[in-house]
Ligand binder design. Structure first.
Ligand code: FEO
Length: 402
């Protein structure tokens, strides 16, 4: 089996999932990887596990990198099942002398895999600043709550200037290459952005704190090995992803507008095209996402990369159109900030959906445009009003700070 050296006797021993297309509701069109790292020194430590069903692949890679040497330690940075699903199998096969995780991870492991089984593991709870010497290298732990769950933590390998931050800085990208500099960097950054939008968007405040803490701890970072996708190792790539996280977590976005909509008989669609034309007339880029043909995870991605988003819906049975309703539920959980938002759409007789969308977006604390609702088919005058809405959004977007 191919071996992948990160640096300084740190090996990638993860698994490649070429086929997953649904990651808890996120369309992972390029698959993913479950990354784990074997730090070989006087002691051998495995950092992270993988999803159930991939344990055999990880085990084979571990044995390919350290032969029959015992794996002394296991670090569980995060308990979500894409990282811990194979942990019971790996513990059974590798029999680590000690397992390190956060307090919350220990509680969650008991709930996932059974208190009795977990009580049989030699689990040691660690917190920020705790260290485990391996020989020339030392593992240092940094709690990272909500990146992406309360139990999450990072492992820093002192002596190798390497950060293993689990979900942070990842991408859902399956590839036979292991490093960002070995594949098209535009694809890597697109997937990193999509990943941030769908996994980390609600946690901008925590990410800002984490970035500040890395600075306070004085960690020198030359390599970042996330738990999904490719590894960042060139100085320009490490700087690129850290800078992207600074911007995303500060809720900054390029000068773009996204229109997210669905339609029954093309009325809301015609309104959408008129608004898009208005945005374009202001020289601002506009993205259009029709929810019946594009996944809501792509809409979330476009919202991350836009300063404004407007949501268009027909009224169906006095209610928001179902695809738009599902999207609203999703976007409310992601809690976008520092965005202009608005609602528009069409109805036949009673209406009401546009008002509901407007109220839902208003609850998110966003700067709201006045809503537009038309009956049956938009008239020329109503389409002109949509163009003007687009122009006004374009003007406001240009006036915002990036
Ligand atoms: Fe990759 Fe939060 O799991």
């Amino acid at each position: 089996m191919e071996r992948y050296l990160l640096r300084d006797d740190i090996w990638w021993v993860g698994a490649i999932d070429w086929n997953t297309r649904d990651f808890h509701g996120y369309d992972t069109v390029r698959g993913t990887t479950y990354n784990a790292y074997l730090v070989v020194d006087d002691k051998v430590a495995l950092v992270d596990g993988c999803r159930e069903g991939f344990g055999h692949e990880m085990y084979a890679r571990v044995r390919g990198c350290c032969g029959l040497r015992p794996v002394d330690y296991l670090v569980i940075n995060h308990v979500e099942p894409d990282h811990s699903g194979a942990i019971p199998e790996l513990v059974e096969k590798l029999k680590p002398e000690r397992i390190f995780c956060s307090k919350r991870a220990k509680d969650a492991l008991s709930l996932y895999y059974g208190a009795e089984r977990v009580a049989g593991w030699d689990l040691q709870i660690v917190a920020t600043g705790d260290e485990v010497p391996l020989g020339n290298k030392t593992l240092q732990f940094i709690e990272a709550p909500m990146l992406h769950w309360p139990d999450s933590m990072f492992t820093y390998v002192k002596g190798a200037k390497t950060l293993l931050p689990n979900d942070a800085f990842g991408q859902h990208l399956a590839t036979s290459k292991r490093f960002a500099d070995e594949v098209d960097i535009n694809i890597v950054m697109e997937e990193a952005s999509k990943y941030y939008a769908n996994i980390l968007m609600p946690f901008g405040g925590q990410i800002q704190k984490m970035l500040a803490q890395i600075g306070e701890l004085g960690l020198e970072i030359e390599t970042i090995g996330p738990s999904h996708g490719v590894i960042w190792r060139r100085p320009e790539d490490v700087a690129r992803i850290l800078e992207a996280y600074q911007g995303w977590s500060a809720h900054k976005a390029p000068e773009r507008v996204t229109l997210v909509f669905d339609t029954m008989w093309h009325s809301t669609e015609r309104m959408t095209m008129a608004i898009a034309d208005g945005v374009a007339q202001e020289g601002v880029e506009c993205q259009v996402i029709k929810l019946s043909v594009s996944p809501r995870s792509e809409a979330a991605h476009q919202i991350l990369e836009s300063r404004a988003f407007l949501v268009g819906t027909p009224t169906l049975n006095n209610n928001v159109f179902p695809t738009v309703g599902a999207f609203l539920t999703y976007v409310k959980g992601l809690r976008p900030k520092n965005r202009i938002a608005g609602a528009y759409g069409s109805c036949g007789w009673a209406g009401g959906a546009v008002k509901q969308v407007d109220a839902e977006l208003r609850d998110l604390g966003l700067e709201m445009m006045d809503p537009i609702e038309v009956r049956y088919m938009p008239t020329d005058a109503e389409l002109d009003a949509c163009v003007e809405l687009g122009r006004e959004v374009g003007r406001r977007v240009k006036a915002m700070e990036g």
